[in-house]
Structures are given as C-alpha cells and as structure tokens.
Design a binder for this molecule. Structure first.
Ligand code: 5RP
Length: 218
C-alpha cells in the first residue's frame, strides 16, 4: 500500500469514533483531508464540525458540512487529526501544516483526541521531524535565540504566514526525551504563541495504518 492509501485507511477507520448527532473537531493536513472526504459520506448523521484551520474549513464546507465557530460549542466529544510524529506514550509533534495553534485549542476543548497516522509517523523519540513553533513576528529573533539556548537550530519557514498572522520557526536538531517539560519551557518564552509538541494534552487513541491493516494504540 502507498502512504496515501494507509492515510485513507486510518481516515475511514476514524469514522467509528464520530458521535452521531454531535459536532466533530477536525484537524489539518493530508490525513485530515482524507478524513473530511470520508466524513462527507455520513454528513447527514452529524450536527457539523469545528475546523482547526481555514483550509479545513473550506474543505468541510465544499462537502456541504456545516462549520461551527469554536466559541459556539460548549462540548466537543471528539477531535480527529494527523501528526508529524507520535510515540507510544501518545506524545506528538504537530504543525507540519502550520496549523498547530488552532489544533491545540480544538484538542484542548475535545473530550477525546483520535490521532490518525500511517506507521512511518510512529517513533521511539520525538525530534527527527523539526519542531514547529508559532511566533509573533516582532519576537522572531528573540525566540530564535532562546531556542538555540535550548539546543535547537531554528529555521524560519520562508514565505509562510499562519492563519493567525504569525510566523513559524522549525526547530531542527532536537532529541526530545522529556516532551512535557520541553513543551512547557518553549511555551513560556515571550512571543511564542504555541509549540508543536502535544504532550501535556496527548492523543487518547492512535489509529496506526500499516501494511497489515489499522492498529489501535491507546
Ligand atoms: C498540520 C498538522 C498535521 O496533522 C501534520 O502535519 C500531519 O500532516 P499529514 O497528515 O499531511 O502528514 O499538524 O498542522
């Protein structure tokens, strides 16, 4: 199976976690896009969706799925999204698509986070994938210096502006042995909007697509 076929398989499997009659939180990226396409097939059985990015909102609406503002939603049973890396502890690196801040907010509201990935994303230690950090433009150089002090090599994502009007620094060269501590440390730097580590709010379930089928880790 190709990587896209594995992503499609986990996206379809995630439909089993969608709660009938309720709103579903939807992530961003190619795997999330496959999930949106699958969700279109059951759109009459859900109340609608909350989107973690403008691109996700547009794709949901193109399928005729009603998109709610998160501020209108008190209770979100499930959030479904991909990841750039995940460990068996369910810690993740996210933000390859630059949507990490809104993803983190929707994940915080959700009762359950279902991560959908192909098996290439499962790693023993986070860090091979550069860690995205969203920063206020004014703070770019300061935050970069602080990230160097933490042992990373930050690189500005050229020509990219987030949905929130900010910049992304992709931090190379980290071996993230304590994701919770590093997430807290980076989030504390003045000018950081969000860090792509999802350790304090990890996934609850991971649907992992491999050649033998879809496995569930929890
Ligand atoms: C976007 C994300 C994505 O979930 C992550 O980049 C994985 O993307 P893909 O499903 O395309 O591999 O965090 O900000």
């Amino acid at each position: 199976m190709t990587q896209d076929e594995l992503k499609q398989a986990v996206a379809r499997a995630a439909l089993a976690h969608v709660v009938e009659g309720r709103i579903v939180g939807v992530g961003t990226g190619s795997t999330a896009n496959f999930f949106i396409d699958a969700l279109a097939g059951i759109k009459d059985r859900i109340a609608g969706a909350v989107a973690s990015s403008e691109s996700t909102r547009q794709r949901l609406e193109s399928h005729g799925i009603r998109v709610f503002d998160l501020n209108e939603v008190d209770d979100l049973p499930v959030y479904i999204d991909g990841a750039d890396e995940i460990t068996v502890e369910m810690h993740m690196t996210k933000g390859g698509g630059g949507a990490l801040t809104r993803e983190k907010i929707v994940a915080a509201v959700a009762q359950k986070f279902v991560c959908i990935v192909d098996e290439s994303k499962l790693v023993p230690v986070l860090g091979r994938f550069p860690l995205p950090v969203e920063v206020i433009p004014l703070a770019r150089a300061y935050v970069a210096r602080e990230l160097v002090r933490l042992g990373g090599e930050p690189r500005l994502r050229e020509g990219f502006v987030t949905d929130n009007g900010n910049l992304i620094l992709d931090v190379h060269g980290l071996s993230i042995v304590d994701p919770e501590a590093l997430e807290a440390r980076i989030t504390q730097i003045a000018g950081v909007v969000a860090c792509g580590l999802f350790a304090r709010r990890p996934a609850d379930i991971c649907l992992l697509g491999g050649s033998a089928g879809v496995r569930t880790l929890s």
